[in-house]
Write a protein that binds this ligand. Structure first.
Ligand code: GLU
Ligand code: ZN
Length: 518
């Protein structure tokens, strides 16, 4: 498995003409499905040595928010999907926010009007709603009926001159629309499924399809990789492209399948986490999320744990699967676990530390990190795992009786721990201490390891199982260890709060005990 600085872009070839784009609308945070689209674009750009462009589709002013743009960019960066051109860093085809390109759309719209390919529509919202309802009731496609296309020029002139609000509609030519898709082969969308659609709203802002068609051409986009929910949009955008830029080559289209929830429905909040931020909060590693999203519609032989460099080397949009992918949280958790196990101890400790209260002593973080590394699936699970060790257990009466009956074993261990000079033991010191306990328990009490260790675990954690005992010992201060033992057996002195009096005199002063017991 590749680890460490795995998100560095690797240039495989240098085809500078390849230009792909990720075009989020800043109306919410980054959905996991959109992140997958972004990933495929990123992987292909890097694979081909081309450019990955981020374009913000913010022409819906009522729903777009700057904070969402920032959140989306932050999430892309967290995933390691760095872009070559975008709103924050500019580039030769800027601006990269559609709200800053309104003049371009108006110009292009005028071109279509002049060519007789677009016309003003004066229809009221009520009329349009009525049309839609009637079409739905009759089982017809809910497209526009072309009413204003038939208005005579003089009337249009007069109503425009009178300042009547009008949208601009594209005059969709008769016939089906066919275009190529590298995943699916030729796609044909029935003409009557489209209907004359709006290109400029009455407030002179562009519709999504119009702005996207204009910008994909203006930004020299060569490949459009997006979800298959956009297939009919692609038909509209192709019609616009052919009308506006008949000499230009069509971009290569790749419509990947959507992610479905395990119940076959659209992946939504009701199935759990849906945004990249949710997964970050839950403690998934970006490498695991990227790895998982890549594998949702694509495979690389039997290899599953794949770092971004290998994904880049192998990725081809044409190899994406055309059938929907079922979101499998257990697979993601498994991959995350693989990435956690492959991470450096220092990085793992840092991420465990982030999930613990500020001020948790460094040796405690280290012990808990070491204790969980071989089993952890998500960093979000760390607080509960830590609490199971750090929270003083309440023992039930049965356990108390059982432990009292073997008090000499616990007293022996307490004596050994009291003699160790450190307030905190490193894991290997704790392992050594347990070795001493086993040796002396055998010599002095004639007991085997199980009889010695199980009561100790119960006394310290209140449970029969949990992290390896030496990690538990390393996570607890001397004082806390003795206090827990004292609670089970008369005659063991409590450890107090690790004040100098409680800690052995030889204790090195370097380790703070302030954070004990949290
Ligand atoms: N803003 C569109 C969306 O978020 C972009 C779709 C596209 O053209 O890729 O769905
Ligand atoms: Zn109309």
């Amino acid at each position: 498995m590749s680890t460490g600085d795995d998100h560095k872009a690797v240039t495989i070839s240098l085809d500078h003409t390849v230009r792909v784009r990720f075009a989020p609308s800043p109306t919410g945070t980054l959905h996991i499905g959109s992140a997958r689209t972004a990933l495929y674009n990123f992987l292909f750009a890097r694979h081909a040595g081309g450019s990955f462009v981020v374009r913000i589709e913010d022409t819906d002013a009522a729903r777009s928010e700057e904070r969402f743009e920032q959140a989306i960019l932050d999430d892309l960066a967290w995933l390691g999907l760095f872009w070559d051109e975008g709103p924050d860093r500019g580039g030769p085809y800027g601006p990269y926010r559609q709200a800053e390109r309104l003049a371009t759309y108006r110009e292009e719209a005028n071109t279509l009007v002049a060519a007789g390919r677009a016309y003003p529509c004066f229809c009221s919202q009520e009329r349009l709603d009525g049309l839609r309802a009637a079409a739905l009731a009759a089982g017809r496609p809910a497209g526009y009926d072309g009413h204003c296309r038939r208005l005579d020029a003089a009337e249009v002139e007069r109503r425009l001159a009178a300042g009547e609000p009008a949208a601009l509609r594209f005059a969709v030519p008769a016939g089906d629309v066919t275009f190529d898709d590298v995943i699916r082969g030729p796609i044909t969308i029935a003409g009557d499924a489209i209907g004359d659609f709006i290109i400029l709203r009455s407030d002179r802002t562009p519709s999504y399809n119009f702005a996207a068609a204009v910008d994909d051409a203006a930004m020299a986009i060569t490949h459009v990789i997006r979800g298959d929910d956009h297939l009919t949009n692609t038909a509209r955008q192709e019609l616009l492209r052919r009308a506006l830029y008949p000499a230009a080559a069509a971009p290569v289209y790749a419509h990947h399948a959507m992610i479905l929830a395990p119940d076959g429905g659209k992946l939504s909040k009701r199935h759990g986490a849906t945004s990249v931020g949710d997964y970050r909060e839950l403690g998934y590693l970006p490498q695991a999320v990227v790895n998982y999203l890549a594998l949702l519609s694509w495979s690389h032989g039997d290899d599953e744990v794949l770092g971004v460099e290998r994904l880049i080397a192998a990725f081809e949009p044409g190899a994406l699967s055309a059938s929907p992918a079922i979101f499998d949280i257990e697979k993601l958790a498994w991959l995350n676990h693989q990435w956690i196990m492959g991470s450096s101890d220092a990085e793992h400790e840092r991420l465990v530390g982030e999930r613990l209260p500020v001020g948790t002593p460094v040796p405690v973080v280290a012990a808990l990190a070491a204790a969980c590394k071989s089993s952890l699936e998500r960093y979000g699970d760390v607080p509960a795992l830590a609490a199971a060790v750090l929270e003083r257990p309440t023992l039930d009466d049965d356990t108390r009786r059982v432990l009292a009956a073997v008090g000499e074993r616990l007293a022996l261990f307490a004596e050994l721990r009291r003699r160790a000079p450190q307030p905190y033991l490193a894991a290997d010191e704790a392992r050594g201490l347990l070795g001493d306990y086993r040796r002396q328990g055998k010599e002095r009490l004639a007991l085997g390891p199980r009889d010695l260790l199980m009561p100790l675990r119960q006394a310290l954690t209140g449970r029969d199982h949990g992290p390896e005992l030496h990690f538990v010992l390393a996570a607890l201060s001397a004082g806390e260890t003795l206090t827990r033992l004292a609670a089970t057996v008369d005659g063991i002195a409590a450890g107090g709060d690790d004040s100098p009096a409680a800690a052995p005199a030889a204790a090195p002063p370097a380790v703070t005990t302030e954070g004990d017991r949290r």
